[in-house]
Write a protein that binds this ligand. Structure first.
Ligand SMILES: Nc1ncnc2c1ncn2[C@@H]1O[C@H](COP(=O)(O)OP(=O)(O)OP(=O)(O)O)[C@@H](O)[C@H]1O
Length: 243
């Protein structure tokens, strides 16, 4: 059984069919980069995986648990599926420590000292152990995004979803966030990420999925797919993003 099983998923917003019979399996420890033009359905697919968006047809299972099933406790499922967005969404009035420990204390009922210890550990993993008591406004955008990643890691998820997490950052801050993603990937985390960073996709995407008009148009091992696209749509897309 794959960790993520997406089978024949379709989704529409009104008359606009955004996902058209999408199927994708992701194995434990795999890093899958989802690429494609704006509006091709990448973010929607990611949001369907952790149940932020309902689907109209098909099934999605995470570790065997069906996401689109009224009997599934989505709150519990989301503890196991972390998601980080383009905007870091930290609570501005809470310290870094409180931002990170909030969900483990409230949802997982961790003791405050235990939660703070986890916060220390995950902050070290993103290279910000000295920022435990800082406030978001005192951090750069790149640092805030690293805290947002640490906050997700504190829940010990089975799967992490990243939706264009570097798109809101200045180029000089993008590198530090990509480095954190690389180290999280190297630790064995299963990751699905929507990205425009083709260099990252090539180095760390064990697999690349190219979406076009709501369908998976091409997929395969990252280096091979990016070096030798088989369809004119991917060729056009790659020449647009690489130049
Ligand atoms: N909440 C929504 N309500 C209505 N339409 C939506 C909604 N979210 C997305 N869409 C539409 O669904 C289509 C796919 O959007 P999606 O955000 O998944 O694309 P994307 O490939 O992630 O694009 P981008 O790279 O620009 O983020 C677009 O046509 C978009 O306008």
């Amino acid at each position: 059984m794959s960790l993520v099983e997406i089978h024949d998923v379709s989704k529409s917003y009104g008359a606009n069919q955004v996902l058209k019979a999408v199927s994708l399996d992701i194995e434990k420890g795999e890093v899958v980069a989802v690429i494609g033009r704006s509006g091709s359905g990448k973010s929607t697919l990611l949001r369907c995986v952790n149940g932020l968006e309902p689907v109209q047809a098909g099934t999605i299972r995470i570790d065997g648990v069906k996401v689109n099933d009224p009997a599934t406790d989505l709150r519990k499922l989301r503890q196991e599926v972390g998601i980080v967005f383009q905007q870091f969404n930290l609570f501005p009035h809470l310290s870094v420590s409180d931002n990170i420990t909030l969900a483990p204390r409230v949802v997982k009922k961790q003791r405050p000292d235990e939660a703070r210890e986890v916060a220390r550990e995950v902050l070290a993993r993103v290279g910000l152990e000295d920022k435990l008591d800082a406030y978001p406004a005192q951090l750069s955008g790149g640092q805030q995004q690293r805290v947002a990643i640490a906050r997700s890691l504190a829940m010990r998820p089975k799967l992490m979803l990243f939706d264009e997490v570097t798109s809101a950052l200045d180029p000089e801050l993008t590198g530090e966030v990509l480095k954190v993603l690389e180290s999280v990937a190297q630790e064995g985390m299963t990751m699905m990420l929507v990205t425009h960073e083709m260099g990252f996709a090539r180095r760390f995407g064990s697999r690349v999925v190219f979406m076009h008009e709501g369908r998976i148009h091409e997929e395969g091992q990252a280096a091979a797919v990016l070096a030798a696209p088989k369809t004119p749509e991917l060729t056009t897309f790659l020449s647009a993003v690489l130049h």
